[in-house]
Design a protein around this ligand. Structure first.
Ligand code: MG
Length: 162
């Protein structure tokens, strides 16, 4: 395998808190006071994962693929959208090596949920669970995340030429 067969991708997303719906993180419903605002199901982690995959493969981003102005994606299942992303990435000749994610959330506390979230991301992406890392950081009371007004996610993925 040559060096050029390795592709790294970064994904980022942020959604406002305060929606009257379940808080979905990586396809897992996490107990919380409120869910996230969004056109789809607002799964901020899966959106960032999808963009990391698309970025690594240099494909159009999720805003291009699934526009939030399109009624077809109202309350859309982000796991299904991610499945389409994975299909495109594999079709482009890549398979994922590992995923590393940071969830930036002042609340709820995610310590007890990180492993199940990572396992769900593993299932949805086809990456072995021992190659999916999910970390959680608070906003230390600073900025929109720190004030509890939003949850953000940063993801890095490594793809290998299949
Ligand atoms: Mg989003």
């Amino acid at each position: 395998m040559s060096l050029s067969d390795w592709r790294v991708g970064i994904g980022y997303d942020i959604h406002r808190t305060g929606a009257d719906r379940p808080l979905l993180l990586g396809g897992v419903s996490v107990p919380a006071e409120a869910g996230l605002v969004g056109h789809s199901d607002a799964d901020v982690l899966l959106h960032a994962v999808a963009d990391a995959f698309l970025g690594a493969a240099n494909l159009p981003d999720i805003g291009d693929l699934f526009p939030d102005t399109d009624p077809a994606y109202k309350d859309a299942d982000s796991g299904t959208l991610l499945g389409e992303v994975i299909r495109r990435v594999r079709e482009a000749g890549f398979k994922p090596s590992n995923i590393d994610a940071i969830i930036h959330a002042q609340s709820p506390k995610l310590t007890a949920h990180k492993r199940i979230i990572a396992e769900s991301v593993a299932t949805l992406t086809g990456v072995p669970a021992d190659r999916v890392s999910v970390k959680a950081k608070t906003g230390e009371g600073l900025d929109a995340v720190g004030r509890g007004e939003a949850i953000a996610v940063t993801v890095v993925v490594l793809l290998v030429g299949a």
